[in-house]
Design a protein around this ligand. Structure first.
Ligand SMILES: [Zn+2]
Length: 162
């Protein structure tokens, strides 16, 4: 298992020191949401999940966020999806699904980010964790299963050895 202590991530031109968890060799950022949910963002050197939050609407959680190019990633073609898994406070999986972001290839200028929006059950207890991870391979996606939601058979949000 690879061990990463501290990594420095740059956001919005500034510098912020972030302690990473030892789940994987990816950069993990944990954010506590205002509604009692915890967002576990699996970033890489090239891509960051930012502005991730959710709110209630019509009996569901609406999950919103953006996928942003890292400082070193100016020009690479980025076409994939985001895998999401929701775990209760004891770590049991409640729901797993995936979502596309728009535009499909993350813009190379301006904010250099694409937005995403998805929904999940409101029957999620306070203290639950929503894990999000970028996945570059679209071939594992199936739109017909999981009640009309996108489903990834090789979800990056589930394939962790923790
Ligand atoms: Zn996937």
């Amino acid at each position: 298992m690879s061990v990463i202590g501290f990594l420095v991530l740059s956001f919005f031109g500034g510098c912020e020191e972030v302690q990473t968890l030892e789940l994987t060799n990816e950069r993990v950022k944990v954010v506590e949401g205002a509604n009692g949910l915890i967002y576990e963002l699996h970033n890489s050197d090239e891509l960051f999940l930012v502005d991730v939050h959710s709110h209630y609407d019509k009996g569901e959680h609406v999950l919103l966020g953006r996928l942003k190019r890292g400082p070193q990633n100016c020009c690479e073609v980025v076409i994939g999806h985001i895998d999401i898994a929701v775990f209760d406070p004891d770590g049991y999986l409640i729901e797993a699904f995936s979502t596309h972001y728009k535009p499909r290839n993350i813009p190379k200028t301006g904010f250099k980010s694409s937005g995403f929006k998805s929904r999940f059950s409101a029957e999620v207890p306070e203290g639950s964790t929503v894990r999000l991870a970028y996945h570059s391979e679209n071939k594992y996606l199936d739109a017909k299963s999981a009640g009309g939601k996108l489903n990834c058979s090789e979800s990056k949000a589930l394939l962790f050895d923790n």
